[in-house]
Design a protein around this ligand. Structure first.
Ligand SMILES: O=c1ccn([C@@H]2O[C@H](COP(=O)(O)OP(=O)(O)O[C@H]3O[C@H](CO)[C@@H](O)[C@H](O)[C@H]3O)[C@@H](O)[C@H]2O)c(=O)[nH]1
Length: 490
C-alpha cells in the first residue's frame, strides 16, 4: 500500500524560549522512525519560521534553525521561512501585545503556505491564536501549543470570566486572592502575571482574547508533565475553568526540553563554565541564570554579590547587563563586570566562584554533577531543564508569567525554597534574603531546603518516566498523533 504522509505545520513565535520549544515538540511528534514507519500515514512536520522583528532575534532564530537543519535524524522536519512583515513598533513596549499583533500579521503568509504545502493540521504558538481563522478558512484542524505551565493555562482560560467578575484592576487587589481551579488561592499582588494585572492595558486585553480563543481549538498541546501538575490538568479537563463549557482535549507531552539529542546533556565540556564546574565537588555549586531576557543593574548585582559572598557557597553566576540604549531589542548585553560588581568581589571569591557575563551553556551546566541548586527567573524551559536533572530551585521571577510559576514551584510542586522578591521595587532581593535562600537550597539545616531537594529528585524521576514508552507524556503524544491522523482522514 502506498503511504500518504500527513503534513503538520508548526507556527512558532520567534522568541527563543517559544521557538526552540515548538521545534522540539515537533521532533517529539515525529517520534522515532520506527513508530512512524509502522503507520500507513506517516507524519511530516513543516516549521513555518516567522522572520523575527529585530536583527538580533533574526540571527538567533536563524542560528537555531540551521543547527536543527544540520543535525542528523530529523529528516521528516522541514523549515519554511515566512517573508518579513513590518513589526508593530508602536507597541514594542508591551511585549504580549507586540507578540500577539506580530503573529497576527503572519496570517496571509500562513494561509498561502498552507495551501501551497498542503496541511493536515496547524499547530500555533499561544501568542498566535488569531491564526485559528486561517485554519478554519482552510478547513484544517488547529492545535495551540502552550509553552508554559498548566497553571498559566488554567488562569488564561478563567480570565475572560474573571474579567467580568472583578470590576477593578487586579493590581489593586493587594492582600486578596484569585481563585484559579486547580491552584491554591493565588495571592494577587505577588503572583499574578504583570500582563494580567492591569485591566485597561493592551497586554491584558490580548490575554482575555487568547483565553477565549484557546477554547475554540481542536486541542491544546502543553509542555508540562501530568505528574507535575495533576490537579490543574484535572481541573482543566473537568471544565472547571470555563463553567458550562468543556475544554478541548489537552495533551501534556512534556518535558519538551532540547537536550541536543542526548539524554544527559549537550556536549559542551570544552566550554569554560563546564571546565570550571569539572573542578568543583559534587552538588556544591549554586547556579544563577535568568533566561534570555534577564539582566541586572549595579544595585541588584551588588545585593547578589554580597549575599553570595556571605553564604560561603560556591557559585556560577550568569550576570548580564541592560539592553543597548536606543535598541528595539529587549536582549541583554554582556555584563560589564567592573561596573556591576562591588570592588574586590571577584578577587575575594576567586577560589569558589565564577561570574560569567555572557550567554551560558545552561543545559550542560544543569546536567553537571557539581551543580546543587538553581536561582532562576522561573522561565518554564529553565524550570523543566532543572527538574529534568533533579536540581532544586530558588525562584527570582522577573517578567512575563514568572511570578505565577514561582508561586506554583513553591506552593504546589514543593521543588523550590521561597525567596522574598519585592515586586514594588522592580523585583529587588536583599542580600540577606538571597544569602538565606542559598544556604537553605544548598544544604543548610532548613527543612524547606531538604524538602525541595527531595521533591526535585522525585520530579526528575517522574519527568524521565513520563517520556518512556509506558509514561504519561508518551501516551499523550500517541493520542495527539492519532487525533491528527483521524482529522486528516476525515
Ligand atoms: O545564558 C543562558 C540563558 C538562557 N539559556 C536557555 O534559554 C532558554 C530560556 O528559556 P526560559 O527559561 O523559558 O526563559 P525565557 O527565554 O525568558 O522564556 C519565555 O518563554 C517561556 C516559555 O513560555 C516563559 O516561561 C518565560 O517566562 C518567557 O520569558 C532555556 O532553554 C535556557 O537553557 C541558555 O542556554 N543560556
Amino acid at each position: 500500500m502506498v503511504s500518504s504522509s500527513v503534513n503538520v505545520l508548526l507556527l512558532p513565535e520567534p522568541g527563543s524560549g517559544h521557538l526552540m520549544s515548538l521545534i522540539e515538540a515537533g521532533k517529539r511528534l515525529l517520534g522515532s522512525q520506527g513508530a512512524d514507519s509502522s503507520s500507513s500515514s506517516p507524519l511530516t512536520v513543516t516549521v513555518l519560521v516567522p522572520h523575527a522583528a529585530t536583527a538580533e532575534s533574526a540571527s538567533e532564530v536563524d542560528a537555531h534553525v540551521r543547527r536543527v537543519e544540520a543535525s542528523s535524524g530529523v529528516t521528516s522536519m522541514r523549515f519554511h521561512r515566512l517573508p518579513a512583515v513590518a513589526p508593530p513598533t508602536e507597541c514594542a513596549g508591551n511585549p504580549q501585545e507586540f507578540k500577539s499583533r506580530y503573529m497576527e500579521l503572519q496570517k496571509p503568509h500562513v494561509a498561502s503556505t498552507a495551501r501551497e504545502l498542503g496541511a493536515a493540521a496547524i499547530v500555533v504558538d499561544f501568542f498566535a491564536t488569531t491564526v485559528l481563522d486561517v485554519a478554519r478558512e482552510l478547513g484544517v484542524p488547529a492545535y495551540v501549543y502552550f509553552t508554559s505551565t498548566a497553571g498559566l493555562l488554567a488562569l488564561s482560560l478563567r480570565l475572560p470570566a474573571l474579567d467580568a467578575e472583578v470590576g477593578v484592576d487586579f493590581e489593586a487587589l493587594e492582600g486578596t486572592v484569585v481563585d484559579v481551579p486547580g491552584l491554591p488561592p493565588v495571592p494577587a499582588g505577588p503572583a499574578l502575571p504583570g500582563f494580567m494585572a492591569r485591566k485597561g492595558s493592551p497586554n491584558y486585553a490580548w490575554f482575555v482574547y487568547h483565553g477565549k480563543r484557546f477554547m475554540d481549538f481542536d486541542g491544546i498541546i502543553i509542555n508540562t508533565v501530568a505528574e507535575l501538575e495533576p490537579g490543574l490538568l484535572s481541573a482543566i479537563a473537568e471544565g472547571k475553568c470555563v463553567p458550562g463549557r468543556a475544554a478541548p482535549p489537552v495533551y501534556p507531552i512534556g518535558p519538551v526540553v532540547d537536550l541536543g539529542g542526548a539524554k544527559e546533556a549537550p556536549p559542551s565540556s570544552s566550554h569554560e563554565c563546564v571546565a570550571w564546574l569539572d573542578a568543583q565537588p559534587a552538588a556544591s555549586v549554586v547556579f544563577l541564570c535568568f533566561g534570555s531576557l534577564g539582566w541586572f543593574d549595579a544595585a541588584k548585582a551588588r545585593e547578589v554579590a554580597v549575599g553570595l559572598e556571605r553564604s560561603g557557597h560556591r557559585f556560577l553566576w550568569v550576570l548580564r547587563g541592560p539592553p543597548a540604549p536606543g535598541s528595539l531589542s529587549p536582549h541583554p548585553t554582556d555584563g560589564d563586570l567592573d561596573a556591576l560588581l562591588p570592588e574586590g568581589f571577584l578577587d575575594r571569591t576567586r577560589d569558589r566562584g565564577l561570574v560569567w557575563p555572557k550567554w551560558a551553556p545552561q543545559k550542560a551546566v544543569l546536567a553537571h554533577p557539581a551543580v546543587g541548586g538553581f536561582v532562576t527567573h522561573c522561565g518554564w524551559n529553565s524550570t523543566l531543564e532543572s527538574l529534568w536533572h533533579g536540581v532544586p530551585l530558588a525562584p527570582w521571577p522577573l517578567y512575563a508569567e514568572q511570578h505565577l510559576n514561582a508561586f506554583e514551584l513553591v506552593s504546589c510542586m514543593g521543588v523550590a525554597v521561597a525567596m522574598e522578591v519585592d515586586r514594588k521595587r522592580d523585583n529587588f532581593v536583599e542580600a540577606a534574603e538571597l544569602e538565606r535562600a542559598v544556604r537553605s537550597l544548598m544544604g543548610g539545616e532548613s527543612e524547606e531546603g531538604r524538602k525541595a531537594r527531595d521533591k526535585a529528585k522525585e520530579m526528575r524521576d517522574a519527568c524521565r518516566k513520563a517520556v518512556e514508552e509506558s509514561g504519561s507524556s508518551h501516551a499523550a503524544l500517541q493520542r495527539l498523533r492519532d487525533a491528527i491522523r483521524r482529522g486528516a482522514a476525515a
